[in-house]
Design a protein around this ligand. Sequence first.
Ligand SMILES: NC(=O)c1ccc[n+]([C@@H]2O[C@H](COP(=O)([O-])OP(=O)(O)OC[C@H]3O[C@@H](n4cnc5c(N)ncnc54)[C@H](OP(=O)(O)O)[C@@H]3O)[C@@H](O)[C@H]2O)c1
Length: 297
Amino acid sequence: MRKLKVLITGSSGMLGRAICCLLAKDYHVCGIDLENSIRLVNFFKCDITKHSLFRKITLKVRPDIIIHTAAYTDVDECEVNKKKAGDINIKASANIAMVCRDIDCTLIFISTDYVFNGRKKSPYLEKDKPSPLNVYGKTKFDAERFISNNLDRYILVRTTWLYGNGGKNFVDTIVNNAKLMPLLRVVDNQRGSPTYVLDLAAALRILIKKVILYPGKYYGIYNITNSGSCSWYRFAKEIIKVNRLNSRVISSKIEYSKRPAKRPENSVLSNSKFNRLTGRPMRNWKEALCAYLQNKK
Ligand SMILES: NC(=O)c1ccc[n+]([C@@H]2O[C@H](COP(=O)([O-])OP(=O)(O)OC[C@H]3O[C@@H](n4cnc5c(N)ncnc54)[C@H](OP(=O)(O)O)[C@@H]3O)[C@@H](O)[C@H]2O)c1
């Protein structure tokens, strides 16, 4: 049987590289990014805002599935560079969706908890109404809407608080800062589910297998994060504990951090749909954190 082709945008990014690594076992994997940081064999250098170049590459590759992870992910910069945020996160995503429709390819789009305003007191469900607080969240939600209004064969995956190799992430920041500073101040009034990109990549692999076996049954929106939740403060304390570092972590409030973009207080997403449909629950965030730190050694 022919190996299916999967094209991954943002293949050099934190999540993109984890997906490339994991899916290469089963599929013919191709990557698109601004640079080929992971030296992928089948790599195409392309700025996804160059719509005709993206189309040309895709028509050549003829993927069965596109996993679209590339995005303008600097949440605070998005507030200032609104046009750039719109060009990358909305317009390029819309072009990718149109190309998928033209070549009859399934689109998996990676979205975010930032589509919600965080005022809900319990974990967000896929059916909850988005109401983003910042430009980044708005652009990701606009892309979601375009995709769901224009495609039948799509999966939207909302996730939160990613960390992994090859990206600027909270775990590495805390470890590095704790080696330099005796005291760290970390926000305690924002909750989320820290998620290891390798676990998210494994969950996507499960979904892809389902989509291939039962076309039509698995399309739609999914929340996928490691299970359980905590505040950034609790997350930092756990990172310090597992690494046996000596810094003291002090709790702080989001109001004191004076960052340009507003952030939701509750970023916790319920995995219940993913768990029910796949029968493969995501592991707890503390277990995943230990695995990441172990892999780094
Ligand atoms: N990180 C999180 O906590 C988080 C949470 C929820 C959802 N998400 C979503 O998950 C996805 C992956 O996030 P991530 O943290 O892995 O992001 P990332 O590390 O920033 O990776 C994104 C990749 O896309 C590339 N890219 C940016 N603009 C591009 C363009 N115009 N053309 C081609 N490539 C471009 C980036 O290149 P440069 O680095 O050179 O710009 C980078 O390699 C994103 O869609 C994000 O919205 C992330």
